[in-house]
Design a protein around this ligand. Structure first.
Ligand code: HEC
Length: 125
């Protein structure tokens, strides 16, 4: 991995400080439809079919997951490497097997589109 890439990944991993207002652009509908299927199969169990969380994982509509706070790269890092608990008390997120980076891109498009339409919940709730 090249140094600038490494720094970018580190910024993603550690960049949990400044919240910022970000306008989410309309997402590609084909990608959103594909992402919805993948999300339902791989993420909904913990993050909820409506993204609003379950007793196993947080709502992805929390403002802590807005693009200016958790960028798209944070999703790939989370899926590939799992997440140690730091924002909530649900315990760790395991790495999610069997998804390509393109799959994660589609899932992110679905999540961003839902965030755009539904808006954000305050954090902490
Ligand atoms: C087994 C339950 C589980 C599954 C399945 C799961 N997650 Fe998570 N996820 C969690 C938990 C718990 C956290 C919160 C960790 C914390 O306290 O910050 C989390 C956090 C995250 C975060 C925030 C990462 C960060 O840097 O703070 C993202 C992004 C995320 N999940 C995306 C996904 C996506 C996309 C999928 C499907 C491919 C998925 N999760 C599947 C349990 C799960």
């Amino acid at each position: 991995m090249k140094i600038p890439t490494l720094l970018a990944v580190m910024a993603i991993v550690t960049g949990c400080t400044a919240a910022s207002e970000t306008t989410i652009p309309v997402q590609n509908p084909d990608l959103v439809a594909e992402g919805e299927q993948l999300y339902a199969a791989s993420c909904a169990e913990c993050h909820g079919a409506d993204l609003r969380g379950t007793d196993k994982g947080p709502s992805l509509l929390s403002e802590v997951y807005e693009p200016g706070h958790h960028g798209d790269g944070a999703f790939l890092v989370a899926v590939v490497g799992g997440v140690r608990p730091h924002h909530w008390d649900f315990g760790p997120m395991p790495p999610i097997e069997g998804l390509t980076p393109e799959d994660v891109e589609a899932i992110v498009a679905f999540i961003r589109e839902t965030q755009r339409v539904e808006g954000f919940e305050p954090y902490p709730p």
